[in-house]
Structure formats: C-alpha cells, structure tokens
Design a protein around this ligand. Structure first.
Ligand SMILES: [Zn+2]
Ligand SMILES: [Zn+2]
Length: 357
C-alpha cells in the first residue's frame, strides 16, 4: 500500500495574474511552511520557464514549484466556472468559452481538472460576487476543490468589525468546506461517480493600504499553513522533475489524498484504509464489498471522527485517534474529523472516499 505522505497546495496566484507576489516569494513561503510542492495557477495564463526546484534550510529543504492554470471565460458576467488545470503543460485559456471543450482538451493533454470553489460565498461589504461552478452538465473532470481557504474567508466578511476581527485571526472563523460543496460531492459520489476532492489556499498575497501603512493580508506563508492537500504516494519525491510530477499527479488522479486544515494542528499522519476479502485499499480506491469490508481510520491527534456513507454519518468517535467500521453496503465511504480550536469545533480532515462496489 502507498505510504509516503507528500503535502502541497494547488491553487495560488502571482503577479502574472491578480496575485501580488512572485514565484520566488511562493517558493520561500512554501519552504517555511514545510510544504513539499506547490502548483501555481494564475488566471488564464500558463507560465513557462519557472525553475522547478527551490531550496531552503541551507540546501537541506527542497520545494517543487509546478505550473498549473486557473481558466475561466473572461467575457462571462457574472464570473463563473473557474477550472483548475494541472499537468497539461500547455496553454488552454483559448478554450475557456466552452467548459466541455476545455475539459476534453485537458484530458487530451494528459492533464487533471478540478472545479474551483464550486459553491462560493458573497460579500456585499467588499462588493464580492460569488464565483460558482454553474455547468454541472459537463463530464470528464477529475474532481472538485472541496475547501478553498480564501473563499471561506469571504463568508466571514459581513461587517467592517467582522472583517478586521477575522483578518487579524482567521482561525477564529474558519470552520470547514462550504456545506453546499460537501453535499454536491456526496451526491456525485453516491451516484457512483469518482470525484477527487482537494483543498487549497487560493493565496494572492494582496496588499492593502490603511492609515498610511501597507500590509499584506493573507501572506503566502499564512495560507500554506492552513488548508492543504496531503497525498499518499508509492515513494517519496526524489528531485527529478518528471518522476516527481508523475508521483504527485498519479496520487491525485487516484484520489490517494485528503484535505487537511493544518492551522489548528498538523494533519500529517492521517490514514484511511480498507481490508476486504480480496485485497486492501486506501482512500480513492475501489474495493470489492463481497463478504464485508473493514474500514480503518487513524488520526494524528484525538479528534471527533465521523464515517460518512453516501452523505450520511454511519459511525462516530469522540476525542479518539481511531475509528473502525464494517461496511456492509456498497457506496462511497469517506471520513471527516473535527477538533476544538479557538473556542469552537473546526473541520480538520476530509478524506477522499473508499468506493465499496
Ligand atoms: Zn477562482
Ligand atoms: Zn484562484
């Protein structure tokens, strides 16, 4: 079974679009936050020629910087249908006007695609219009962005006082993926579709001017210590670009990953696996349900752990590091974990499903 954990963030912006930092800023922030890789996804531009490896900690630490792209039809008002494209290795923004054609081109390029912030939030205070995914008729996408950190922050920006309160300490408000996104994901996976979930920052390192001072709100490093995607791969990264990209995108394509909110406590070490009559599986895999399947969860810290089958909680442990459940029915089984942080229960871990067939 794959067992090497690789942690990364797959949605962020630089000065090539509406971000305010450079690829070098991102790499240094990722090194400080302890990430293994980042995918930089500027709007409608596939940025070529970025050095893939950056080093920190006197050369002992390495981060892989991969180019991706966030593509949308700029003529569409209000904005909608932001698509994250990974590993296409070419510009695809010209297909933005037709989401199905865009998905087909991503697939033809051997790439992966994720519907970004599919259910977004509105903030009247900052005049932010939600950017939803509206084209649910499309087929061929790899998955959805289950938890977008900056999108959730918008939910908290209701009054000037709230904006200052939560911008000063976002952990006071951040609590989990958009419930509509979770419900849609459960609906899709319960219907038999394989839909991989990832979680990202959508970091922009935006500067604001206030009282004659300039400050970066949500610096990259802060964002990289928040919502990340943790992969379980067959081997560790080895510093060879082709090898490492293949390892990362194979793990993601297979759903061998979970979404971790690493701000309250590191989610490194979480595991979700299945033992069946015919073989073993980890999150993202399909398993033959004949004779029953034993699902096992292990969390790195005591938490409230819930087993969710086709959208319904079927088992729960409070303040525990382990949960075991015998699956007797087919369907998608996923795990959620919550922990107490800053006075409230916060969403902490959201695994990809094990599909019992
Ligand atoms: Zn977007
Ligand atoms: Zn974005």
């Amino acid at each position: 079974m794959p067992s090497h954990e690789i942690v990364g963030n797959l949605h962020m912006h630089t000065v090539y679009s509406d971000g305010e930092g450079t690829h070098a800023d991102i790499a240094q922030a990722a090194l400080r936050a302890g990430l293994d890789f980042v995918v930089v996804t500027d709007h409608n531009v596939w940025v070529d020629g970025i050095p893939p490896y950056q080093y920190g900690g006197d050369g002992k630490q390495r981060v892989l910087v991969i180019t991706g792209e966030e593509i949308h039809d700029q003529a569409l008002q209000p904005q909608s249908n932001h698509l994250l494209a990974f590993n296409t290795r070419r510009e695809l923004a010209a297909c933005a006007h037709d989401p199905q054609r865009l998905l087909d081109e991503v697939n033809a390029s051997g790439g992966l695609s994720f519907l970004a912030h599919p259910f977004d939030y509105e903030s009247k205070l900052i005049n932010y219009q939600p950017i939803h995914w509206r084209r649910w008729d499309v087929t061929g996408f790899t998955g959805i962005e289950l938890w977008n950190y900056m999108s959730e922050f918008v939910r908290l920006v209701t009054t000037p006082a709230a904006a200052i309160h939560y911008a000063t300490d976002p952990a006071l408000g951040i609590s989990g993926p958009n419930p509509e996104t979770l419900a849609k994901w459960d609906e899709l996976t319960a219907s038999g579709q394989r839909v991989v979930a990832i979680g990202n920052s959508d970091a922009h390192a935006t500067t604001v001017k206030k009282f004659g001072r300039t400050a970066v709100i949500f610096p990259y490093e802060h964002c990289f210590r928040a919502v990340n995607t943790h992969l379980i791969a067959d081997e560790p990264l080895n510093g060879n670009y082709e090898h490492d990209c293949d390892l990362i995108f194979t793990a993601i394509r297979n759903g061998h990953c979970f979404v971790g909110y690493d701000a309250p406590a590191s989610t490194r070490g979480f595991r979700f696996s299945a033992q069946a009559m015919r073989g073993t599986a980890i999150m993202g895999d399909e398993v033959n349900g004949e004779g029953g399947v034993t699902l096992q969860v292990s969390a790195p810290k005591p938490a409230e752990i819930r087993m969710v089958h086709n959208g319904r909680v079927v088992a729960k442990r409070e303040a525990d590091t382990h949960l075991m459940h015998i699956a007797t029915k087919p369907g998608a089984y996923r795990v959620e974990a919550s922990i107490e942080h800053k006075g409230a229960k916060r969403g902490w871990i959201f695994s990809n499903p094990i599909y019992v067939r």
